[in-house]
Each structure stands twice: as C-alpha cells, then as structure tokens.
Design a protein around this ligand. Structure first.
Ligand SMILES: *[C@@H]1O[C@H](CO)[C@@H](O)[C@H](O)[C@H]1NC(C)=O
Ligand SMILES: *[C@@H]1O[C@H](CO)[C@@H](O)[C@H](O)[C@H]1NC(C)=O
Ligand SMILES: *[C@@H]1O[C@H](CO)[C@@H](O)[C@H](O)[C@H]1NC(C)=O
Ligand SMILES: *[C@@H]1O[C@H](CO)[C@@H](O)[C@H](O)[C@H]1NC(C)=O
Ligand SMILES: *[C@@H]1O[C@H](CO)[C@@H](O)[C@H](O)[C@H]1NC(C)=O
Ligand SMILES: *[C@@H]1O[C@H](CO)[C@@H](O)[C@H](O)[C@H]1NC(C)=O
Length: 254
C-alpha cells in the first residue's frame, strides 16, 4: 500500500514536470454579442507544435493547428463561422458570443519544448435591460391623510438571470433581491414620502455590468387627493348640465 502511494506521488511529480502548467483553470466573463480571445501564451507557433482546442462536456474538437495547418472542426450549428484561430499564437477567437457558448474550453499544447493543458471557464452574460419604476397606486387610498401618506413604488425587470436588483438612496444601498437562475420577472418595492428630496435609483446588475433607472418622485408619485374628492364636480356632471341648458335654449328658440 505504501509503495503504491509512493508510486502515485512520483508519477504525479513526473507528470507535473513534463506537462508544465497542467490543470490551470482561467475564468472568463463576457457579454452576449461581444468577442473574446482565449490566449495560449505561445508567442510563435513552431512547425512541430500541435495546438488543440476542445469545447463542452464531451470535449468536442473545435480547432487545431498542426504543422502550421489550421483545421476548424466546428459544425456550423454550434459556432457557425464565429470561430477563428490566430495562426501565429494559436489563440482562439470567438465572435458574436451567445449564451450557449458558455462552458469549458480546453487547450492542449504538444510541443518539443514541453506540453501544457489549460482550461478556460467562459461565462456569457446577457445584455441587461433598464429596470422600470412604476407607482403601486393600489396603495394610494389606504391612508387617511394625504400629507402623511407615503408613495408606494415598485422597480421591476422581465426575463433576467444571474442578476441583483437594488434600490439606492444616493450612494447607499436600501434593499436588494437576487436570482441565480432565469426568472420571468423580478420586482422590488420602495416607500418614499411625497416631499422627499433625496435621489433614489434602481440598479440592475450582474457580475460584469449594470443598468440604472433614476426615480422622479414628482412624476410618479401622484395620488388622487382623497380629502377633496367628495366636493369636486366630475366632468360628466358638467357636460350633463351644459347639455340640458343647451337643449333648453334650443327649445326656447323654436
Ligand atoms: C450547415 O452548412 C450546410 C452546408 O453549408 C448547410 O446545408 C446547413 O443548412 C447548415 N446548417 C445550419 C444549421 O446552419
Ligand atoms: C495574432 O496575435 C498577435 C498577438 O496578440 C497579434 O499581434 C496579431 O495581429 C494576431 N494575428 C491575427 C491574424 O489576428
Ligand atoms: C465556471 O464559472 C461559473 C460562473 O462563475 C461557475 O458557476 C462554474 O461552477 C464554473 N465551472 C467550473 C467547472 O469551475
Ligand atoms: C402593491 O401594494 C400591494 C399592497 O401592499 C401589494 O400587495 C402588491 O404586491 C403591490 N404590488 C406590487 C407590484 O408590488
Ligand atoms: C413612510 O416611508 C418611510 C420610509 O421612506 C417609513 O419610515 C415610514 O414608516 C412610512 N410611513 C408610513 C405611514 O407607511
Ligand atoms: C455600474 O457600473 C459602473 C461601470 O460600468 C461602475 O462604475 C458602477 O460603480 C456600477 N454601479 C453599481 C451600483 O454597481
């Protein structure tokens, strides 16, 4: 048993020595529609160098350089013509990124100067929509006096994943909500006083970008003034009175 362990350790040291930076994992975060270059760190590809790129759980071969010949294995269904190899460095360029391009890209370099394996963990994030702030007017009639009543607002976004939605008062965080998977809609409420002069903003962000919507209290916080509503005359009543008067005038003229 002891000898077995020793052998394993020796083998491990051996493998380490030959393969150099084996098992290096690099995380890459990008936005949908952008381009990304996965670098080999090779400065100049030599004739006997073999550089192989593989993608996904099945480690499908997608691109290779060997004896200075470039081979793109990729089927048009996955990458179409969005893949490119830099012939002098062997670096992989993926253009017009899609969310389905997320995953592990394995790089295998076999060379007289030594071998190396590297993995790139690529995460493609969606473009973020600008969040929408709206008033929750169902709250309006609940309080008795309009001067003490708060304005009830809600900030929302549709069809998002891996995001956080937050309310800020100036630069300080008031509240936030996060979703890790894809979500149909996400909303976060806020209560402010009508005469509040602070600046409020609703921010949607993922690990690499954000979108902000500023709150305009004067535009959104309009509640019907309940205390005076009983005394007000509705337009339909006014039209009815005017209508009757006009008919009466017409009748008199006949
Ligand atoms: C892939 O390319 C072939 C030939 O160019 C074409 O017939 C086929 O429709 C393409 N498939 C897709 C999914 O684009
Ligand atoms: C390949 O990469 C090198 C170094 O980044 C760059 O100078 C060169 O322009 C690239 N070549 C192509 C064809 O993209
Ligand atoms: C790749 O990165 C994503 C996002 O950071 C992470 O969730 C995932 O666990 C990583 N995969 C591996 C194999 O490390
Ligand atoms: C509006 O306010 C009511 C009462 O508090 C609440 O039940 C409802 O969920 C709110 N609507 C939204 C969209 O937050
Ligand atoms: C009005 O909102 C403030 C926070 O903006 C809160 O402290 C207060 O309790 C609210 N008042 C009522 C009557 O809901
Ligand atoms: C939003 O992104 C910008 C850079 O694009 C950054 O300066 C800012 O701090 C971010 N804001 C938040 C609230 O994350």
């Amino acid at each position: 048993m002891l000898t077995y362990k020793c052998c394993l350790i020796l083998l491990f040291i051996c493998v380490e020595g030959v393969f150099g930076d084996t098992d290096v994992m690099k995380s890459v975060s990008v936005t949908e529609g952008d381009s990304v270059t996965l670098n080999t760190a090779v400065t100049e590809v030599q004739r006997d160098d073999q550089i192989l790129w593989m993608f996904g759980p099945k480690e499908t071969r997608i691109a290779e350089i060997y004896k200075h010949v470039t081979d793109m294995f990729s089927s048009n269904e996955t990458f179409g013509n969005r893949l490119q190899l830099n012939s002098s460095t062997g670096s992989l360029i993926i253009r017009n990124l899609r969310s389905t391009d997320s995953g592990l890209y394995k790089l295998q370099i076999r060379s007289n100067r030594g071998n190396s394996d590297k993995t790139f963990n690529v995460t493609v994030y969606a473009h973020l929509p600008v969040p929408v702030i709206s008033s929750n007017s169902s709250q309006c009639s609940s309080s008795s006096s309009s001067s003490q009543q708060n304005c009830s607002l809600v900030c929302s976004v549709l069809n998002v994943g891996h995001v956080t939605l937050s309310w800020y008062k100036g630069n300080s965080l008031l509240s936030s909500i996060s979703v890790s998977d894809l979500s149909i809609s996400l909303s976060l409420p806020l209560e402010v006083e009508y005469q509040d002069k602070n600046t409020y903003s609703c921010v949607l962000n993922n690990p690499i970008s954000n979108q902000t919507q500023h709150l305009d209290i004067r535009e959104l916080c309009i509640c019907p003034d309940l205390s005076s509503s009983s005394r007000s005359v509705t337009p339909s009543v006014i039209y009815a009175v005017v209508g009757v008067a006009a008919v009466a005038r017409l009748l008199r003229q006949i």
